[in-house]
Design a protein around this ligand. Sequence first.
Ligand code: ADP
Ligand code: MG
Length: 272
Amino acid sequence: MSASTTATRENEGGRFSHVATGDLDVSHGVVLYLEDISVSFDGFRALNKLSLSIDIGELRCVIGPNGAGKTTMMDVITGKTRPDTGSVFFGQTIDLTRLSEAEIAHAGIGRKFQKPTIFEQHSVFENLELSMKADKRVRTTLLSKLSSAQKDSIAETLKLIRLGDSADQIAGFLSHGQKQWLEIGMLLMQEPKLLLLDEPVAGMSDEETERTAELFVSLAGKHSLVVVEHDMAFIEKIARKVTVLHEGSVLAEGPMEQVQNDPKVIEVYLGR
Ligand code: ADP
Ligand code: MG
């Protein structure tokens, strides 16, 4: 038996057992580790020796000025963009730079883009049903019967994303904010081990933003999340550890208050 298998076994019922990690080796408590990542576009360095580590169950906020490399970082993690140098590890053993986008998604990294990609003609319930992690032996379709565990899982997600009263509504008629929550719910149905969210409250009303903050706080601890957002009021509500990106690398990192009072951060970002 390998050392990592032993460590994983020891964690069963231990420190990380309450976080969705499946068979991912998170024996060191780290779900994602980027080291020395550089990406250039036509000679322009979008990421410059970026190193970053996300703990299991963490809710990490990433902020920084436009063009800092936040979206590029997510592109590298999800395999959309290949780094020129550096490594990206998912858990202890999975080198994401060797996997395709589909393989990375399958390994358990879910990404939410700004524009929700829901099935507009289907009901809210059906959207969740269709995105459920399909049993590999049984092809899941809308016509196949759901098990009671599957129904429970959909009901739980509906409650979490506050669409319990809208289960039968056609998704296309939801508000902008509700569509965003539905997409988050669809990602959750796939039981991701890590969720990446790029500007999740863009275009939301104040009330929707407030509710989204509550949703993220309730997901933290059970899930590992990386949230990129410009809305500082939102970040203040959900922030634990904050990473500030600037010119493709980490400018500052720490608790919100520390980062907010960092003169370097005020100069390049918050002071503007
Ligand atoms: P952020 O999300 O922090 O605003 P991005 O990661 O989108 O920043 O972009 C970082 C820099 O890289 C920007 O200057 C952007 O113009 C550039 N960039 C991003 N993607 C590409 C691409 N596919 N081709 C060329 N330049 C790109
Ligand atoms: Mg961006």
